[in-house]
Structure formats: C-alpha cells, structure tokens
Design a protein around this ligand. Structure first.
Ligand code: PMP
Length: 358
C-alpha cells in the first residue's frame, strides 16, 4: 500500500485467479478449461486473420460476432441490438456492475459464488449482501424475492460456481418477476454442460441480463471473449460504459475466432457431450471411492470425503502432478473442485485418489 494509491484501491481485496502453473506435464484440473481445444474452424479463422490484417483496427462493434450470436438465438427474438461482447465474460461482468448494478443500494449474490463479484463490488463501490446457500448448497430463489428497490440488483452464476449446482428456469423466472425494478444478471459461464439457458426469457423480462463466455464450452479461454444477451436498453448501458473505457474491446483474431467458434455448432455439441459423458463417469468413480459429489451441471465437480481432509488430498494430488482447486472458505473447505479433463486425465486423478485413500 502506498500514499499514491486511491482509497478504493487501498481497500480492495483483489481477485485471486486459479493457478496457471509454469511446470509442463501437470494434469491440470483446476481452472475449468475445456480439454478438447477449440473448433478447428476457429483456429483456421484466427490464422487467416493474423496473416491478413493486424495492421488495421478491428471492427469497434465486433459486428460479425454479434451477428453470429444473434443468429443462434433468432428464434428467441434476439437481434444484434440485444447482444453485447467483451474481453472475456469477466470484462462483461465488470461493465455490468458499473452500468446496471450501481444504484446506491446493496446488491444480492450468494455467499458461496464466483469470487470476482465481491472484487467488482469493491472496485466500483457497490455495496452487497452475501446471501447464504441452502443446506444442500443450492441457491434458493425465495431469498431473492420481494426486496423492491431496497436492493441495487441481483447477480448469480447458473450453474453456480464453485458448486456446479443448477437453478431450474422456473426459479430464475420467479426472481425476475419478484424484482421488476432491478436488473437480474445470470452468469451462465457453465450453462452449456447440461443446463438450460435463460436467453429465451429475455424477450419477456426487460430486467434480465444473461452473460456467457467462450472460455469453457467453446474452449477459447486464451482468446478472452464473453458476451451478454438482454433487452436493448441494458445493452445500450453496457455499450456506453464500454465506449468510455476502450473503443475496441476485441482484437481482430478474437472477433474472427469467436465468430467461427459460434458458427461451428456441430463441434460445440460433440465436445460438450464428451465432457458431460466424462463427468458422469467421474461422478460414479468418485462416489465409489466414498466421495459425496454435489449434482453438477458444469464442466467440473465439487466433491468431499467424510474421512479425508480436502486440503491434504489436494496437496497429495499435487505431489503426484495433478492440480485441482481447493478453497479456504470455511463452509466449503472440505471440498475439492475438479475440472473434467479427458478420460485419461480423469482416470489418472481417480488412480491417484485411490492410492491416497488406501
Ligand atoms: N463467471 C464464472 C462463474 C466463472 O467461473 C468464470 C471463469 N473464471 C467467469 C465468469 C469468467 O470467464 P471468462 O472471463 O474467461 O469469460
């Protein structure tokens, strides 16, 4: 801390990202990356773009990408007016905190959730109330009803992170109906692994903003592309903040690669299904080893073992060259969050756990 720092930065608890190890050959199951790599069409589009036109500024509205996203949801009435894109969904969420959640009243989010939310709240001076999860670790829709304009808005991931638990669309609809005067942001970073997106609700709820990422189900974490779908009024607010921050949120390779990835529906469906199949197999294997695994609709599982300390298990796995995520928060410090890798990576993990539990 220094006298040159602004008070906001001095008070800020910065987000701690998951480890990106410098050692090669680790079995990396800690930051929910997709084991299958992006669509070959996306890789080819990026190559072409790098070869042709890096001298030129990108399209400031990332128009081709917005068109591809809108087209995918055109049956739900989505046009490019209802789509916003940003440099990873982290940036989309950051703009949303400033543009839509800052009303001088606390916002609501779950107490166990994506740890960037309290960081953005600190950065943008948005007060918040962390709302406990139910005993079974799900988010209870009832806790988010009837607050009127005493709250600044609501944000939660669906499925939640790091639990993987899904809220059915009916619960989301109740939250939207219960808060007509405030924006409800549903962060769908992991929705493509078996959940049901809230995008069809956008046409009926002008207070809904759905945020998605290409980092997980499209396997483009390194390209940094995320987007939001919502009423054009909400998108206009996000554009205002974005244009006041950086007129070119996405570079040319990102626009080209992300557009091609969105258009390659067959590859997307095939790789998501492969992850889901591996997840179901891993859940069965972990359960057999005595783990309790929360029901997951994500590309990771959240599991604990009644007889074995999670921090010790994580350290033991690490010694075997396998990294998973462990959180120190008291309510979840007996869980491991394990990203679904290839079947070979999952088997390596199961074998290492068997050895430790023996
Ligand atoms: N939301 C949630 C719930 C996440 O877990 C993540 C990934 N860390 C993100 C958003 C951000 O993803 P990205 O910035 O890579 O799009």
């Amino acid at each position: 801390m220094s006298k040159f720092w602004s008070p906001i930065v001095s008070r800020l608890t910065p987000y701690t990202p998951g480890e990106q190890p410098k050692i090669a050959n680790l079995v990396k199951l800690n930051t929910n990356e997709n084991p299958y790599g992006p669509s070959p069409r996306a890789v080819e589009a990026i190559r072409r773009e790098i070869g042709d036109s890096l001298r030129l500024y990108p399209n400031p509205d990332a128009e081709p990408l917005k068109i591809a996203i809108a087209k995918r949801h055109e049956l739900q009435g989505i046009t490019t007016r209802e789509v916003f894109v940003g440099n990873g969904s982290d940036e989309v969420l950051a703009h949303a905190f400033q543009a839509l959640l800052k009303h001088g009243a606390p916002i609501l989010f779950p107490d166990i959730t994506y740890s960037f939310y309290p960081t953005y709240a600190g950065l943008y001076e948005v007060d918040y109330k962390a709302t406990p999860l139910a005993d079974d670790f799900t988010i209870r829709a009832d806790d988010y009803l009837g607050h009127g304009e005493a709250i600044g808005g609501i944000i939660f991931p669906n499925p939640n992170a790091p639990t993987g638990c899904l809220m059915p669309l009916a619960g989301i609809e109740r939250i939207l109906q219960g808060n007509p005067g405030r924006v409800v942001i549903v962060d769908e970073a992991y929705i493509d692994f078996g959940g049901e997106t809230a995008i069809p609700l956008v046409a009926r709820y002008p207070n809904l903003l759905v945020v998605q990422t290409l980092s997980k189900s499209r396997s483009l974490a390194g390209l940094r592309v995320g987007f939001a779908v919502g009423h054009a009024d909400l998108i206009d607010a996000l554009e205002r903040v974005k244009n006041s921050f950086n007129s070119y949120p996405l570079d040319r390779p990102a626009i080209a690669g992300a557009t091609a990835a969105i258009e390659d529906e067959a590859y997307f469906l095939r790789t998501c299904q492969a992850v889901i199949t591996s997840r179901e197999k891993l859940v069965a294997q972990l359960s057999e080893l005595g783990f309790e695994v929360l029901p997951s609709a994500a590309n990771f599982v959240f599991a604990r073992h009644a007889q074995h300390d999670a921090a010790k298990l994580a350290a033991g796995l690490r010694a075997d060259g396998i990294i998973v995520r462990h959180f120190s928060h008291a309510r979840i410090n007996q869980f491991l969050r394990i990203t679904i890798g290839t079947d070979v990576a999952c088997q390596t993990l199961v074998d290492a756990l068997k050895k430790q539990l023996a």
